[in-house]
Design a protein around this ligand. Structure first.
Ligand SMILES: [Zn+2]
Length: 143
């Protein structure tokens, strides 16, 4: 199980789909929603748009690193990077920085109660498991 998909090659996409594809290593990972782009007043070939795609790839790279380590100090650093990148993404989407919108439980190896957190989203009171090496530092504010 890996967060990086190797199913659809970006080069096989139509020019239109390439505009919205988030690609990593030559493969499509996900697509940005054209309607959401328009609703957020973002121009497709702007620097902001390219930065937004780049920040989506950064999130994948952070998840990829989370997948291959069990070192808690490293995981905490990666969680800080994840949070910083999520705030960056919110600014790029022309949205206010809002931690209640971060679905941190999507991180690989996360032991927090995913379905509970998903069901109360968005919330100021997500449950963090004391067994989760990635997120339990948030309970005690260890930096
Ligand atoms: Zn967790």
């Amino acid at each position: 199980m890996t967060v990086i998909k190797k199913e659809t090659k970006t080069e096989d996409l139509s020019d239109y789909n390439k505009i919205y594809a988030i690609s990593y290593d030559g493969y499509v990972q996900s697509y940005l929603n054209p309607l959401k782009i328009e609703a957020s007043a973002i121009i497709e070939d702007s620097e902001q748009y390219l930065a937004l795609k780049q920040a989506e790839i950064t999130e994948l790279k952070i998840f990829q690193k989370m997948e291959i380590t069990t070192n808690e100090t490293h995981l905490i650093k990666l969680d800080h990077l994840y949070e910083k990148n999520k705030f960056h993404l919110q600014r790029l989407w022309n949205k206010p920085e809002d931690i209640t919108q971060h679905k941190f439980w999507l991180a690989p190896q996360c032991q927090c109660p995913k379905s509970h957190n998903e069901s109360i989203f968005p919330s100021k009171s997500y449950i963090i498991s004391e067994n989760c090496l990635i997120h339990r530092h948030r309970l005690f504010k260890i930096t």
